[in-house]
Design a protein around this ligand. Structure first.
Ligand SMILES: N[C@@H](CCC(=O)N[C@@H](CS)C(=O)NCC(=O)O)C(=O)O
Length: 490
């Protein structure tokens, strides 16, 4: 996460100000707190961005593939380095490419450092104290940031590459003579799609969380957070249709996304103010992250202790005066802490769902909020009767996996039938329209045993809960097909 800044907070008439400094080597000299002036930014920009060599399979290559010749410098806190750790693990390269771990505390004057302790290792290649010394060893007059990951050549004592996107490509195939060739995250038939998706995914999500967290003013923050969550909504839709970003096979693009998502609720939501929604508020993204985390060998690479220590150690880089958009706390609902089950105490209904409806201007908008899960179960006030019904139904488990139409009908009919039996209601001719993944519109007629000849045409929206185990439903409309008047809800 560390993007070379450290901060000095001074109060001013406009409240606290952030004075950012950068950690970098300039012409080979280490600076632990360089003021981020336009000149400094320019010289870093013009210095090129690091090392981009490849590992070749030809003996004549500058860096030929050899076991135990190359070494990775990583931090478990850093998502970019995390991807290289995952590849080393899943390509079975632990005994082919060795690794040293930098301490997650980065904000100190020396930047990344080695320590022989619980959260870091020594520098196995040169016994150095700081990572910048590794860069100095590779290029005496180096100018640029000192970042992880780094792929080091023990033989030539230099850096092969310090771009995670390139290092994972190297690890994906270069050592196949010794690693697991059955694993290929950049398969030939998907390369152009992976490249195209990465070109959107990395700036829109993986790097975007930093644009939000390190925004230098409110306006930049406001824009960055909206774009970030639009992108997250996008992948939520994509992953609610298929298990991986490009279909059924896990590819490089999934590792880009996973390393970001597994950090989301731990640090991006809180420390970096990416807090419109949590990952767990996204059913498909949450499911996806959980599934990948549970793949053999992945969980060990996710070190929340390192991640949290690193982000909160450098929290000073984040401008405390920027007001976050989230979290979306809404206490207008009729139930929750401090409000009794009946939701009585009418003054509390100042902000009742009717108001909510007025506020959202239309039922359609309300439905949109509802389908995105932005309307909590109990925020339907006047629908409380149904609310009560629905709550009871919430315990119904329609079998845990994705339902087909018939399942929805059967479970709806059974659940409603069972419950409505108490109210002597019978439902007939239910029909279902899938509106979106996990959201169904059911229309049916029902009659009340106590009111022979009077039937109602009703419709309800069903939505699968994030746990995909239970349903939530919202009654929309009931029209008496015969007898007196129309009774409209919602
Ligand atoms: N483009 C590099 C970026 C790596 C990067 O930003 N690493 C961060 C840690 S998450 C770092 O070392 N930052 C130190 C700095 O910017 O001074 C890559 O993809 O490998």
């Amino acid at each position: 996460m560390a993007i070379g800044y450290s901060a000095d907070i001074r109060s001013s008439s406009h409240g606290p100000l952030i004075e950012r400094t950068i950690k970098a080597l300039i012409d080979g000299k280490w600076h632990g707190a360089l003021p981020e002036t336009p000149d400094v930014r320019l010289s870093l920009k013009n210095s090129g961005d690091g090392f981009h060599h490849k590992i070749g399979t030809q003996a004549a290559s500058a860096f030929p593939a050899r076991p135990n010749r190359y070494h990775l410098y990583v931090s478990y806190a850093c998502p970019w380095a995390h991807r290289t750790i995952i590849y080393r693990k899943l390509k079975a390269l632990k005994n082919v490419v060795s690794m040293s771990v930098l301490h997650p505390r980065w904000a100190g004057p020396g930047g990344w450092y080695f320590a022989d302790d619980q959260r870091s290792t020594i520098d196995h290649c040169g016994g150095r104290r700081y990572l910048y010394e590794v860069y100095q060893a590779a290029q005496r007059d180096y100018t640029g940031r000192v970042t992880v990951p780094v792929l080091w050549d023990r033989k030539k004592e230099t850096i092969v590459n310090n771009q995670s996107g390139e290092i994972i490509r190297i690890l994906n195939t270069a050592f196949d003579s010794w690693g697991d060739t059955s694993v290929d995250f950049y398969p030939a038939d998907l390369r152009s799609e992976i490249d195209a998706l990465n070109a959107w995914l990395i700036p829109s999500i993986c790097a975007a969380v930093y644009k939000v967290g390190f925004a230098s003013n409110q306006a930049i923050y406001d824009q960055a957070i909206v774009s970030l969550f639009e992108a997250l909504d996008e992948v939520e839709k994509r992953l609610s249709r298929q298990p991986c970003l490009l279909g059924r096979r896990i590819t490089e693009s999934d590792w880009h996304l996973f390393a970001t998502l597994c950090r989301f609720d731990a640090v991006y939501f809180g420390a970096m103010k990416c807090n419109l929604r949590r990952l767990i508020d996204y059913p498909a993204l949450c499911d996806y992250t959980r599934r990948i985390y549970q793949l053999p060998g992945v969980a060990d690479t996710v070190r929340f202790d390192h991640i949290k220590q690193h982000y909160y150690d450098a929290i000073g880089e984040i401008d405390p005066t920027i007001v976050p958009h989230g979290p979306q706390s809404d206490y207008r609902n009729t139930r929750g802490p401090g409000v009794d089950a009946e939701g009585t105490g009418s003054d509390r209904h100042e902000t009742s769902p009717d108001l909510f409806l007025k506020e959202v201007h239309s039922l359609h908008e309300y439905l949109e909020h509802w389908m995105k899960g932005e309307v909590s179960d109990q925020k339907r006030g006047p629908l409380r009767l149904e609310n009560a019904l629905a709550d009871d139904f919430l315990v119904i488990h329609p079998g845990g996996n994705r339902e087909g139409k018939s399942d929805v009908i059967r479970n709806f009919a059974r659940a409603y039938g069972e419950k409505s039996a108490d109210y002597a209601l019978q439902i007939k001719d239910p029909s279902v329209r899938m509106l979106a993944d996990g959201v169904a519109l059911v229309t049916y007629t029902e009659s009340h045993r106590g009111e022979p000849g009077r039937t109602r045409l009703s419709s309800a929206l069903l939505r699968q809960r994030p746990d995909r185990e239970s349903l939530q439903w919202l009654f929309l409309q009931e029209t008496y097909a015969s007898g007196s008047g129309t009774d409209r809800h919602g």
